[in-house]
Design a protein around this ligand. Structure first.
Ligand code: HEC
Length: 253
């Protein structure tokens, strides 16, 4: 026995602890304990809808620039955060008209995050001689979502049927909604529900993201064929639901 203790102390015999599986989610709680921004119950749905629609509009603005952004012959594209923000705000003026003061404050932070994400990509975007520089609307959304979350606690995410980025792995609520959204008879209506995240009550809003023609080169047919980035194409069709715009926001009474 004494010999065993000596060996254990010397690190020769490992302690009799049963090693659990590694790399699995911790149980309980939620990593974000202080939600800086929150909404009233009455404004929850409308606010989440505005955030989702603003982000979606930002994606479309970037899409319209992809020809220029992937042109290998241009170095400095001049597509700064400020240039993008101006176009983006113009495309979502309708969302601002009836916004309450707290919604306006949140929207300003959404615009800030989107502009910042675009500024963060300038070195990448301005590389000359390379067409594909790993910048596209979904990446902008992921990065602006991370900035928005850091500043406000609001969570935005785009879980998908076949996610390419692991950040977009659907959680159980998202998986359930997405499963419903991809059924042939789905009526197209967004899904919103009050839920609990750790100690915080939240509103969870999910709306379908559908495919349009410019998406098909990567997410369309034939299934399994490699797209220009080396991912296998999803095999989906125009207008199919590919994923969700998921927004989670803290609720206060
Ligand atoms: C050039 C290929 C390409 C095109 C075109 C494209 N995507 Fe993607 N898509 C990607 C890549 C790569 C990612 C992962 C981006 C990241 O987060 O780094 C992605 C991510 C996504 C995601 C998030 C889930 C995931 O896979 O991580 C959604 C939703 C999505 N795309 C929808 C669309 C829609 C809608 C269109 C058309 C409007 C479109 N994509 C066009 C390549 C493409």
């Amino acid at each position: 026995m004494r010999k065993l203790i000596m060996l254990a102390l010397a690190g020769i015999v490992s302690s009799p602890v049963i090693h659990a599986e590694v790399g699995i989610p911790a149980k309980g709680g939620w990593p974000e304990y202080l939600f800086i921004e929150s909404v009233t119950r009455a404004e929850a749905h409308d606010t989440a809808t505005k955030i989702a629609q603003a982000i979606f509009a930002g994606r479309m603005v970037i899409f319209s620039q992809m020809g220029k952004l992937t042109d290998p012959n241009i170095g400095d594209k001049g597509y700064t955060g400020a240039v993008f923000e101006k176009q983006w705000r113009a495309s979502v003026e309708h969302l601002q008209i009836d916004a309450s003061p707290s919604q306006q404050r949140i929207m300003e932070k959404v615009f800030w995050a989107g502009k910042q994400a675009m500024d963060n990509n300038q070195d990448r975007l301005n590389v000359k001689g390379v067409a594909w520089k790993h910048f596209l609307p979904a990446k902008w959304e992921r990065e602006m979502g991370s900035l928005l979350n850091a500043r406000t606690g609001i969570l935005t995410k785009q879980p998908a049927r076949n996610y390419r980025n692991p950040v977009n792995i659907p959680d159980s609520a998202e998986r359930e909604t997405l499963t419903r959204f991809v059924q042939p008879g789905f009526d197209g209506a967004a899904h919103g529900t009050f839920a609990q995240m750790g100690k915080q009550e939240v509103y969870r809003y999910m709306e379908p993201i559908r495919l349009i023609p410019p998406c098909m080169g990567c997410h369309g047919k034939p299934q399994g064929e490699l797209d220009m980035l080396g991912f296998e194409k999803d095999g989906l069709e125009i207008n199919d639901v590919i994923g969700l715009m998921s927004v989670t926001i803290a609720v206060r009474d």
